[in-house]
Design a binder for this molecule. Structure first.
Ligand SMILES: Nc1nc2c(ncn2[C@@H]2O[C@H](COP(=O)(O)OP(=O)(O)O)[C@@H](O)[C@H]2O)c(=O)[nH]1
Ligand SMILES: [Mg+2]
Length: 391
């Protein structure tokens, strides 16, 4: 409202004054808004201007206890198979592309097995039932050409028929009965029986194939798994003679040692040794070396006596007494044979005044692995938390 007594100049002055102050107010308002925006943007509320997303309460950092297991033992006892079971249970479960990567190894296992049987049949001078099978055997007698064949892009489907006729022949079966004499791989019978599937062009290895394949571990393999209550690192130390030196170079003391030995190797000799040495003896020597190594004095040892499935078949065919004359139990008796082999490890453990936990295992069997691993992880968790073993 205008003032009735004001002159025109006064009014002009009043108007310009008003304009100035409203202009000033708006400038100050803008500056204030700018300050608030800057403060909101950078200081209190980084999400300002974005859709408001309530911040999820971060779970409190919970330090899981950590366990380190050394998986040790002689070669070919099942250490890597145990590691594969871990991967199946707690890791990426062997996706198709990873299984496909092992296709050449498994085909090699088939060809190597049949080649060893044919060579043994020749060495024992066994004759084949027909000239046809004999000529098939000739094809499998030489290893390098067989190996070249595995590299070929197209596998001849007749190879699997040939393997089938050889496997059925009494000459090969007789050689197979003497398999302990020439280092035939443990699951040769499985791979030969599955040759028609494995030699198919589009073959993708199954989980059973992966568990049964044989690949020699070179160097140590270390894997860490996040389990529900514990972070577990396993070191497969490799069992070949040169690899064993690395065991004692473990700077951090392990939470426990899984010593893997095979029950079924009592009639076999060490493959890599020049002298003929029984494999159980080799395993016992390695075990004793470990017991005598003072940094492991207080480390709990769990002995996994593996390949119990192979042992239960073998004990009926191969008398334990033939290889261990001190064995006094009945021939072919699975329980007393198993107890005898166990006692060899127990006696050594007593000599070093240590404690030992023993489990009988079948590393290729998933249910058996689950049960054994539940025991191992429970025991190790209790031990590292200072609760003591229950077993
Ligand atoms: N049938 C059977 N085969 C087994 C068992 N444990 C391991 N094997 C096989 O024995 C071979 C040697 O096992 P591997 O784990 O490579 O022995 P490593 O040298 O101690 O690592 C592989 O072909 C395995 O599939 C078992 O309990 N039963
Ligand atoms: Mg291995």
């Amino acid at each position: 409202m205008r003032h009735p007594n004001l002159s025109a100049t006064d009014r002009e002055e009043e108007n310009s004054h008003r304009n100035l102050s409203s202009c000033l107010r708006s400038v100050i308002g803008r500056i204030w808004q700018l300050i608030v925006t800057i403060l909101q943007q950078f200081v209190c509320c980084p999400n300002y201007g974005e859709e408001y997303v309530p911040r999820r309460e971060e779970p409190r950092a919970f330090a899981k206890p950590e366990a380190r297991l050394l998986v040790v033992g002689a070669s070919d006892t099942g250490k890597s198979t145990f590691m594969r079971q871990m991967r199946l249970e707690f890791g990426d479960q062997y996706p198709v592309q990873e299984r496909r990567r092992h296709q050449p190894h498994i085909r090699r296992n088939v060809m190597d097995s049949i080649h060893k049987l044919v060579s043994a049949a020749a060495q024992y001078e066994y004759s084949y039932s027909t000239p046809e099978v004999e000529s098939i055997a000739m094809k499998f007698a030489e290893w390098p050409p067989l190996e070249d064949l595995l590299e070929a892009p197209d596998l001849d489907p007749s190879w699997s028929d040939s393997i089938e006729s050889l496997w059925k022949d009494p000459a090969i079966q007789a050689a197979y009965q003497r398999r302990n004499e020439f280092h035939l791989m443990t699951n040769a019978d499985y791979f030969i029986a599955h040759a028609p599937r494995i030699l198919q062009e589009d073959y993708v290895p199954t989980i059973d194939d992966i568990l049964r394949m044989r690949i020699v571990t070179r160097g140590a393999v270390t894997k860490t798994y996040e389990l529900t209550n514990i972070r577990m690192t396993l070191h497969d130390m490799g069992g070949q003679r040169p690899e064993r030196i690395a065991w004692v170079n473990q700077l951090d003391y392990p939470s426990a040692i899984l010593f893997v030995a095979s029950l079924s190797e009592y009639d076999q000799t060490v493959e890599e040794a020049e002298e003929s040495k029984n494999r159980v003896q080799e395993s016992l020597d390695i075990y004793e070396q470990l017991l005598g190594y003072s940094p492991f004095d207080t480390t709990p040892v769990i002995l996994l006596l593996n390949k119990s499935d192979v042992f239960s078949v073998k004990i009926k065919e191969q008398p334990l007494k033939k290889y261990f004359p001190e064995y006094e139990g009945p021939d072919g008796d699975e329980a007393s044979g198993r107890d005898y082999i166990t006692s060899l490890y127990v006696d050594l453990t007593k000599k070093y005044k240590k404690n030992l936990l023993v489990r009988y295992t079948e590393a290729t069997n998933r249910d058996n692995f689950r049960a054994i691993f539940a025991f191992v992880s429970n025991y190790v968790s209790r031990t590292i938390m200072g609760l003591g073993g229950l077993y």
